[in-house]
Design a protein around this ligand. Structure first.
Ligand SMILES: [Zn+2]
Length: 441
């Protein structure tokens, strides 16, 4: 990467994902707070009033463990919540309930497009804090967000390129959606990215020596901004290194308008938080049977499913739409159709292109496909155009029959033009040949 000059990049990611639950993390308040009037989803527990007791949300615990499994983590049989202390207006009880020594999941890895692995250190569960607004010289606080569950996925400083770090975050989003852990909508704050960025010399990389600092860049709310934020931060750090200095450990925010990172408060060490076990929540103990049931829900990862589809002949773009956009239900239907003898490419095409069929059950789709004859999807439409084109160009048909190959290309060109390029040229070519040969007989 030009940007780095003689330096090497080291990035670790901290990603917060809001699991989709009906209630908040430690109380019965409605967790659906998007667009709600401020302070209408609160109770003594999530307001942090003295004496209110937290009760963990098992749905959130389970979703955290599902994500841990999908990331190849070890699930801890014993886990517990801890208090993480800090003082901030959006945290009235003076501490956040999080997990420190015994997170729900640890030590996983995720294969990236580059062939490298993301090295997952831990996946733990915590509560979100309230939200403060600054208005007319005053600070207002909305407690709706206070106590919303958050899964935090922390990697080791394992990324050596911006591309790997971004790819990791994208894969994490796909997994969350596919396993219905979270909608992971970044605009709604359901997925938030923080990148720990530092650079080092080649000699340090060869000795596997980490830089003596890391800069945590917060407030990244899209994959595009993440790429820009990391690059902007690299430029800043490189200038410091080149002038003989060493960047300091700190938190910075990304200013998307100026495309620079700006300082926030200095980063605390773990000891500053004075973690200790949450006394109001007993330790959690899970048995083997519980873990076995969870494992059944995470049979295969989205990337493995895509690979399987592609091996059956489904095009890359189609497997992407089925798995990553249409997700679970579409994949189950795809497998159902293939099991019923529908050719894989056709099954994919029907589910993606035929809105009238894709909503039906597998049995019905198969019946309809059979009723419509062997061809489905846009093939009907292409056939009609092929008939018109072949009918209107008798000379080209004669040329083809007398062995001039480019006559076929000419006819194909006409079909593609008529359908405004929407037809699959392979399908169209097959149809043209089929029609001409049929007429010969
Ligand atoms: Zn509450």
């Amino acid at each position: 990467m030009e940007l780095l000059g003689k330096y090497k990049l080291v990035v670790g990611m901290e990603v917060h994902v809001q699991p989709k639950t009906s209630q908040k993390m430690f109380c019965g308040c409605d967790a659906d707070i998007w667009g709600q009037e401020p302070n209408t989803r609160t109770c003594p527990t999530c307001l942090g009033l003295p004496g209110a007791l937290p009760v963990p949300n098992l749905e959130a615990v389970k979703k955290t463990q599902l994500l841990g499994l999908a990331l190849g983590c070890k699930l801890n049989e014993n886990s517990r919540f801890d208090r993480k202390h800090y003082f901030y207006p959006d945290l009235p009880k003076g501490y956040q309930i999080s997990q420190y020594k015994k997170p729900l999941c640890e030590n996983g890895k995720l294969l990236l497009e580059s062939g490298n692995y993301a090295d997952i250190e831990r996946v733990h569960l915590e509560e979100d804090v309230a939200k403060s607004f600054h208005q007319g010289g005053k600070t207002l606080i909305d407690f709706n967000k206070s106590g919303i569950p958050l899964i935090e996925v922390v990697t080791r400083p394992c990324f050596r390129s911006v591309e790997d770090a971004v790819d990791y975050c994208k894969k994490l989003q796909v997994i969350c959606r596919y396993l219905e852990i979270s909608e992971a909508d970044m605009e709604k704050g359901q997925m938030r990215l923080e990148a720990n960025i530092s650079i080092r010399t080649l000699e340090m990389e060869e000795k596997d020596e980490l830089p003596p600092y890391k800069v945590e860049v917060k407030n990244i709310n899209s994959f595009k901004f993440m790429e820009k934020a990391v690059k902007a931060e690299v430029v800043r750090q490189r200038e410091i290194w080149e002038s003989g200095g060493m960047p300091v450990q700190e938190n910075r925010g990304y200013d998307e308008f100026k495309n620079v990172t700006v300082p926030q408060r200095e980063k605390e060490e773990a000891s500053d938080y004075r973690y200790f076990p949450e006394p109001d929540i007993p330790p959690m103990v899970f048995d083997e049977e519980y873990f076995l049931n969870l494992k059944k829900a995470v049979a295969r990862l989205p990337q493995d499913l895509r690979k399987e589809m592609e091996e059956k002949g489904v095009a890359k773009e189609q497997s992407r739409i089925l798995v990553e956009v249409m997700a679970r239900e579409a994949v189950e239907k795809f497998n159902g159709l293939v099991a019923k003898g529908v050719e894989a490419r056709k099954a994919a095409s029907v589910l993606i292109n035929r809105k009238d069929l894709s909503l039906l059950g597998v049995e019905e789709i198969v019946t309809r496909i059979n009723e419509e004859g062997v061809r489905v999807s846009d093939i009907e439409e292409i056939s009609e155009v092929v008939e018109n084109v072949v009918g209107a160009n008798p000379q080209a048909v004669l040329d083809y029959k007398s062995g001039r190959g480019n006559a076929l290309q000419f006819l194909l060109g006409c079909v593609m033009r008529e359908t405004k390029g929407r037809s699959d040229p392979h399908v169209a070519l097959d149809l043209i040949k089929e029609l001409i040969n049929k007429n010969v007989k």
